[in-house]
Design a protein around this ligand. Structure first.
Ligand SMILES: C[S@@+](CC[C@H](N)C(=O)[O-])C[C@H]1O[C@@H](n2cnc3c(N)ncnc32)[C@H](O)[C@@H]1O
Length: 236
């Protein structure tokens, strides 16, 4: 098990769920998320490549996709990770859902470049997944929990657990709390203007995952453009 424990001041990523809750909570209401991402969908990829590409790439590596699997990406966004998933799983089933029509429309354009890819997109919420119980081999979810209030995370993790097969994998990337030089910059920006940060603040999901019976196989910290991300591989 590769678990990183880090603690500095009140932004503490360590065991003990009370500590995990000490960070900032979400300050952009859920009903504003879809319109917010509809508005930024045209420029999202600039940020997505500059500050998040290393963590997203690592998530795809950890996912170890085997062709023929059933893969669900929740909060698929503009399809930056989904493109890689579909390329690696041409004979499997690939599903991407998101709240934002604007982000989905970008994802559809991106995926149009894949010939013969087997994929489907739909508008949907992480709170109510359409997938059947025990039907998904791999669930990928990047940079969404950082938008979710702590009190709502349990509902989503219960949904993830419900749809994943017993031997399935969960790969998560989140904006996390800074652990290195300069990484607190984004926390300050969030305090000043949560919407300018796309509603994202740093979170640490390992403890929540364990509370829901997941086994955290890997938790890594990545920092790009001073932006702190965690990449997690977990199993039900
Ligand atoms: C920061 S973007 C990340 C997009 C993509 N996963 C990526 O890594 O590039 C957050 C995305 O989460 C979506 N989202 C937020 N809350 C959601 C929810 N409850 N259900 C589904 N999608 C959600 C937003 O619409 C947006 O596309």
């Amino acid at each position: 098990m590769n678990l990183k424990f880090c603690c500095s001041g009140f932004t503490c990523c360590t065991s003990g769920s009370h500590l995990a809750k000490e960070g900032l909570d979400a300050r952009v209401p859920q009903e504003e998320i879809a319109p917010l991402y509809d508005r930024v969908s045209g420029i999202y990829d600039i940020w997505g490549r500059l500050a998040e590409s290393h963590a997203r790439r690592r998530a795809i590596d950890l996912a170890a996709i085997r062709d023929g699997e059933t893969v669900l990406e929740v909060a698929v966004g503009t399809g930056l990770a989904f493109l890689e998933i579909v390329k690696r799983n041409p004979h499997g089933r690939n599903m991407g859902i998101d709240l934002s029509q604007g982000m989905l429309s970008r994802a559809r354009k991106r995926l149009a470049q894949v010939r013969g890819g087997n994929y489907e997109f739909s508008t949907g919420s992480a709170f109510h997944l359409q997938a059947e119980n025990d039907s998904v081999d791999l669930l990928v979810n990047n940079y969404m929990f950082d938008l979710i209030p702590y009190e709502d995370m349990d509902k989503i993790l219960a949904e993830f657990r419900r749809v994943l097969k017993k031997e399935g994998r969960l790969v998560l990337v989140n904006m996390t709390r800074g652990e290195r030089f300069g990484s607190r910059l984004y926390e300050t920006l969030y305090r000043l203007s949560p919407r300018a940060m796309g509603g994202c603040r740093g979170v640490c999901l390992s403890d929540k995952l364990r509370e829901h019976g997941f086994f955290v196989v890997v938790r890594e910290y990545h920092q790009q453009m001073l932006f702190p991300s965690e990449v997690i591989l977990a199993r039900p």
